[in-house]
Design a protein around this ligand. Sequence first.
Ligand code: HEM
Length: 307
Amino acid sequence: MTQDRQGARGDPEPRGSSRRELEPEIRRDLSGTLSYGDYLDLHRVLSAQHPQAVPPRHDEMLFIIQHQTSELWLKLMVHELRSAIGLVRADDIHPALKRLARVKHIQHTLTEQWSVLATLTPSEYAQFRSALASGSGFQSWQYRTVEFLLGNKDPQMLPVFEHDREVHEELRRTLEARSLYDEVLAWLARRGHPVPEEVLERDWSQPYTPHRQVVDALAGIYAEPTRHWAAYELCEALVDVEDNFQVWRFRHLRTVQRIIGGKPGTGGSSGVPFLRRALELTFFPELYDVRSRIQDVRPGGYHGAAP
Ligand code: HEM
């Protein structure tokens, strides 16, 4: 791989449900009772760690479990984000905010988790790294799904998943659908905010291009928060999510840097420089642009504030 960076309400059945999840039915004991382990399918989950290093290396277990737990949290994040998107589409903003609140906590957990992996020294990692061959987090389809759901669309990411037809198809559908940001902008337009037409109808599979008139529309909201409270709250929730995402990216970069230094990645990228470029990405560009437009308030001038 030589990729480089280019630059209805409710809880619909998560489209990620795959044949792998539908496999064996949940077991019950002879009395028909469901035990803790059976309900959680723990035998399967806890036997899904398959270290590859020969001879076996103690630290590979940490590496595997760190990735698996991240993927489980990503699965929940996808579930919550898909629901939030449906709720915004249905003008049901308060439950959508609730979903995003949970997303933010998942992000904190994912970010905190880097401290466990940071105990892996370069020498320990070097003992089993060759066993990974060209496997890389770059091939995480759930991570790419989260990026697409939030609004970082990039059709060039799809070929990475061509070997897995089901995953590829699912990602393509997500790429071609409206992102959370697209739905929020459409909702603002329905509420009478002047969002331009070309933002509301476009090819959703293409990267979003920031628009000056969107900044104007947001400036109206930020100038009078009390008048547009739901919109204001939703916008700030998006900023929280983007900030958290960037902190995760940054912690990933720093952990990678302390473990592999300047070596290229197993996925074939330049490694740390590649990850550094991701810090330039933004999901909700105008929500950051609008911040430089907000006027300082003179004493007694805050809109809607108590005297
Ligand atoms: C020793 C631990 C790790 C190292 C050295 C490492 C290294 C890297 C490198 C160098 C890349 C760039 C692509 C490549 O060439 O491979 C990358 C991408 C990525 N890694 Fe890791 N990583 C580690 C752990 C993790 C963990 C625990 C996760 C959790 C899921 C993860 C998720 C990702 C994702 C999602 C990408 C794609 C990022 C993007 O496209 O912006 N990595 N990693």
